[in-house]
Design a protein around this ligand. Structure first.
Ligand SMILES: Cc1ncc(C[n+]2csc(CCOP(=O)(O)OP(=O)(O)O)c2C)c(N)n1
Ligand SMILES: [Mg+2]
Length: 733
C-alpha cells in the first residue's frame, strides 16, 4: 500500500464508499497533522517555539476539504487552525516548524509571523493574518479576479514600466477559491459582507465554517442566535449548502466534492458547515477547564476524529493494531525530524527587518515617474482636445483632471477595476442609454462605466471593509483595484483591512505577496455645513502605517500626476482628495496628457522666501499662500512648501529650506495634537536644531471635530489669519 501523502488525490467526485487505500491516506494526513501539533507543543514547552495554536479535532474536516481541491490551481485563504488542510495541500512539516521556531528559512514569512499563519505561492495559499474573518473578503476578490482574467485573458499580459512587470498572472476558467473560519468568527461583519458579494455575484468561493462550539471561552450560542450558523445563512441565493459531522473525513470529502463541483460549474458559492471538536483548548495560552464542564469535555473527547478513524480502520479490518502503531511511529518520527531540521536553520538577520515594507522592485519616488514638465499655455491643443487625450491649455479643475487620469489609465491598463459606493454611472445598465449617469457622489468617476463597461466599473455594497478587503484579493492576483471610499469620515469600517491586511501583505509574507491598490478618498472640511461627518481629516493615522503610501495633492495638476504614479506603482496608496479643492478656481491646470506623472516624495516650492519656511499640504496650501502674501506686506518673506505626498515625504526639501530660513511652521487642517505636523516638527528639532533661530511652530485645527454651524467651523479650522498670526509671532520670536 502506497502511503505517500501526494499519491492519492481525490478532487474528482468519488463514487461509492472510499477504498482502504484512500481511508489510510486520510488517516495518515490527520495523524501527521496532530503529530506536528504535538511536536510544536513540546517545542513550546522547551521555549524553542513562542506560540502554539493547534488544529486538533479539526483534522478530518480539513483533510476532506483539501482533497477535494487542487493546490496550485485553486486558491486558498485558510485560517490558523488549518494545519491538516495545508499539510494535505503540500506544506511540509518542516516548513511548518520553520515558521514555528521563527527561522530565516520559514517560507511563509521569514520569521515574521506566528506559527500556522500560512502562505505558499506555489500552492496558491495567500498569506493569512491573525485577524479573524478578514481573509473571507480576500477570497471574494480573488474569485472576482480569476473570473475577470478568464473573460479578459489579454489583461494577464505583462507590461513594462509599471507594477505589472512584477506580477505574473495565473488563472483557470473553472478555478475555485477556498476560505475557512471558526464559528465564532461568523459574528464579524466581514463574514456577512463576504457572503453577500459571493452570493450576489455567484462567485466560486467555498466557505468552510469549522464549528468547534467555542470562540476561546465563548460558546456558540452566545455568538450565533439559535446556536447554528447554517440556519441563519440558509436564504442566501445561489449557494450550495452542507452541514456535516466534521469529525468524519469521508462525509467531509463528499460535501466538499459537491461544493467544489457546484462552484466549478459556475452556479455560485458553497457553504460547508462542519461540526468538529477542540480537544486541546483554544491555544497553549488557554485552559478550557476554566470554563467547560468535565462532562462536556469528555463528550468532545469521544468525538476526536483521530480516535474515531483509528477505530474504523481496525473495525473494518483495514489495518491491524501493529500496522497502526507502525504507521503512527513513522509519522511521529517524521514530525521529530522536521523539528530537528527547523531548529538547525539559521535565524533571520536583523538587517533584513526593513525589507519588503514597500516594493523592492519599483520605487514610486524614482525617476521613472518624473515626467513632470512645465506647461507653457497655448503650446498644445485646447481644453484637452476633442478626445480629451491631447494636452490642452484650458484650465481644468482637480475633479476634471482626476477623472481624466482615471479614463487614461483604464484605457492603458486592462487590469484596472474601479468600484465603490455610487461610482458607477448606473448599475441598471438598461438605464444608461437615457440617463447621464451618477459617476460618484462628487462625479469623479463619471463616464467610466459608460466607457469601460460594468465588469470594470461597478457599485459595491454599502460596506467599506467589503471594498478594501476585496481589493486585497484582486491585487494579490495581479489586478489593480482603484477603489473609492465615499467620504474619509466613513473609512473606519475599512481600517482593519487597510491596517492589518492591505499594508501588511508584503512585509508579513516576506515579499511573496503584495496588494498594490489605490484607495481614493474625498477628505476634509471648509465646506460650510459639512459638519462632523463630512469634514474629517486624520491623515496622520494612515501615515503611521508602514507599507502604505499616503498622497494629498493641493491642485489639479499634482492630483493628475500623483494619481497616475499611484496607479502605476507597486505599493498600496491612500490617495486623499480634498473636497473643497475639487472645483476651486485655485490650482486649476490644463490637461497634461496621458503620461504625465509626478514621483512621490518630491515637495514643491509654491512660493520661494527667505525668512520663514511654511511646510504644508492639501487645502492649507491656498490658505498659506494668502497668509504669505499678507505677511509680505509686513516685510516677512515666507517660503511655502507643498509636501504633496505625506508618506514618503520630502525631508530633503524641508531641511534645505529650514537651513536657509532658520524658522519653520508646519501647518495642516487636521487637529494639532498627535497630528502629522508633530512628527515633522520633532524631526526638525532633532536633526536641524543648530539651524533654528526659533522653536518649531505648528498650526492646525482645534482638538475637536468640525462643527456644523459655519461660525464654529471657521473657528475650529485654521484660517489664513491663524497662519498669518503664527508667521508674525514666529518672526518676532
Ligand atoms: C478580529 C479579531 N478579534 C479577536 C481576535 C482574538 N481571537 C483569536 S481567535 C478568537 C476566537 C475565534 O473563535 P472561532 O472563530 O470559533 O475559531 P476557533 O479558534 O474556535 O477555531 C479570538 C477572539 C482576533 N484574532 N481577531
Ligand atoms: Mg470555534
Amino acid at each position: 500500500m502506497d502511503l505517500a501523502i501526494s499519491s492519492v488525490r481525490m478532487h474528482e467526485p468519488t463514487v461509492g464508499g472510499l477504498g482502504p487505500e484512500q481511508l489510510v491516506h486520510m488517516y495518515r494526513l490527520m495523524y501527521l497533522s496532530r503529530a506536528v501539533d504535538d511536536r510544536e507543543i513540546l517545542l513550546k514547552r522547551q521555549q524553542k517555539v513562542f506560540f502554539q495554536v493547534s488544529g486538533a479535532g479539526h483534522e478530518a474536516l480539513q483533510v476532506g476539504a483539501a482533497l477535494a481541491l487542487r493546490p496550485g490551481y485553486d486558491w486558498f485563504f485558510p485560517y490558523y487552525r488549518d494545519r491538516a488542510l495545508c499539510l494535505t495541500l503540500g506544506v511540509t512539516p518542516t516548513e511548518m516548524l520553520l515558521q514555528a521556531v521563527g527561522a530565516s528559512g520559514d517560507p511563509a514569512s521569514g520569521g515574521r509571523q506566528m506559527p500556522t499563519h500560512w502562505s505558499s505561492r506555489p500552492l496558491h495559499i495567500v498569506s493569512t493574518s491573525s485577524s479573524t474573518t478578514t481573509q473571507l473578503l480576500h477570497a471574494v476578490g480573488c474569485a472576482e479576479a480569476g473570473r475577470y482574467f478568464s473573460h479578459h485573458p489579454e489583461a494577464a499580459a505583462k507590461a513594462d514600466g509599471d507594477y505589472r512587470a512584477f506580477h505574473d498572472v495565473e488563472f483557470h476558467g473553472d478555478e475555485v477559491v477556498f476560505t475557512s473560519l471558526g464559528e465564532g468568527s461568523t459574528s464579524q461583519g466581514e463574514f456577512w459582507e463576504a457572503i453577500n458579494t459571493a452570493s450576489n455575484r455567484r462567485l466560486p468561493v467555498v466557505f468552510c465554517v469549522e464549528d468547534n462550539g467555542y470562540a476561546i471561552s465563548v460558546p456558540v450560542e452566545v455568538n450565533t442566535p439559535g446556536g447554528n450558523i447554517s440556519r441563519l445563512v440558509a436564504n442566501f441565493p445561489n449557494f450550495y449548502f452542507a452541514e456535516i459531522d466534521g469529525t468524519d473525513p469521508e462525509a467531509s470529502l463528499r460535501a466538499f466534492q459537491e461544493a467544489v463541483a457546484h462552484c466549478r460549474a459556475g452556479l455560485g458559492p458553497a457553504f460547508v458547515h462542519g461540526h468538529v471538536v477542540r480537544p486541546y483548548s483554544h491555544s497553549l495560552s488557554d485552559d478550557d477547564k476554566l470554563y467547560r464542564s468535565s462532562a462536556e469535555r469528555e463528550a468532545d473527547a469521544m468525538r476526536d476524529p483521530l480516535a474515531k478513524m483509528q477505530m474504523r480502520l481496525l473495525r473494518e479490518g483495514i489495518l491491524t493494531d501493529e500496522q497502526i502503531n507502525a504507521l503512527e511511529k513513522e509519522l511521529d518520527h517524521e514530525a521529530e525530524e522536521a523539528a530537528t531540521r527547523a531548529l538547525e536553520d539559521p535565524l533571520p538577520k536583523v538587517e533584513s527587518i526593513p525589507l519588503h515594507v514597500y516594493s523592492e522592485d519599483l520605487d514610486p519616488a524614482s525617476s521613472l515617474f518624473a515626467t513632470e514638465e512645465v506647461e507653457t499655455p497655448g503650446s498644445s491643443s485646447a481644453g484637452g482636445g476633442k478626445t480629451g487625450r491631447e494636452k490642452g491649455s484650458t484650465p481644468r479643475t482637480m475633479a476634471d483632471l482626476i477623472n481624466a487620469c482615471l479614463h487614461d489609465e483604464m484605457r492603458r491598463d486592462p487590469r484596472i477595476v474601479v468600484y465603490g459606493e455610487d461610482v458607477a454611472d448606473a448599475s441598471r445598465e438598461t438605464a444608461l442609454s437615457e440617463v447621464k449617469g451618477k459617476g460618484g457622489v462628487f462625479k469623479l468617476t463619471a463616464g467610466l462605466q459608460a466607457e469601460f463597461g460594468s465588469e470594470r466599473v461597478f457599485n459595491s455594497p454599502l460596506a467599506e471593509a467589503n471594498i478594501v478587503g476585496r481589493a486585497v484579493g484582486y491585487a494579490t492576483r495581479g489586478m489593480k483595484p482603484v477603489v473609492e471610499i465615499q467620504f474619509f469620515d466613513y473609512i473606519w469600517p475599512a481600517m482593519h483591512q487597510i491596517h492589518n491586511e492591505l499594508a501588511l501583505m508584503r512585509w508579513r509574507s516576506n515579499g511573496a505577496w503584495a496588494a498594490p491598490t489605490v484607495i481614493r478618498v474625498p477628505i476634509g472640511g471648509y465646506l460650510t455645513g459639512g459638519a462632523i461627518y463630512h469634514s474629517q481629516c486624520g491623515e496622520s493615522i494612515f501615515t503611521h502605517i508602514p507599507g502604505l503610501r499616503v498622497v494629498f495633492p493641493s491642485n489639479a495638476l499634482d492630483a493628475n500626476g500623483l494619481l497616475r504614479t499611484a496607479i502605476r506603482c507597486d505599493d498600496p496608496v491612500l490617495f486623499l482628495e480634498h473636497k473643497r479643492l475639487y472645483r476651486e478656481t485655485y490650482g486649476r491646470a490644463p490637461y497634461p496628457g496621458p503620461d504625465f506623472a509626478i514621483p512621490f516624495g518630491k515637495a514643491r516650492i509654491v512660493r520661494p522666501g527667505t525668512h520663514i519656511t511654511l511646510v504644508t499640504y492639501g487645502a492649507i496650501v491656498p490658505r498659506a499662500m494668502q497668509a504669505a502674501q499678507k505677511a509680505q506686506a509686513q516685510g516677512i518673506d515666507v517660503e511655502v512648501l507643498d509636501l504633496r505626498t505625506l508618506s514618503p515625504y520630502d525631508w530633503e526639501a524641508i531641511a534645505k529650506s529650514v537651513r536657509k530660513t532658520s524658522r519653520v511652521i508646519v501647518a495642516h487642517e487636521d487637529m494639532i495634537s498627535w497630528g502629522y505636523g508633530a512628527e515633522i516638527a520633532a524631526r526638525i528639532a532633532d536633526e536641524l536644531f543648530e539651524h533654528l533661530d526659533a522653536p518649531v511652530r505648528r498650526v492646525g485645527a482645534m482638538d475637536t471635530f468640525v462643527a456644523y454651524q459655519p461660525v464654529l467651523e471657521d473657528a475650529i479650522l485654521p484660517q489664513p489669519e491663524t497662519i498669518l498670526k503664527a508667521i508674525a509671532d514666529l518672526q518676532t520670536y
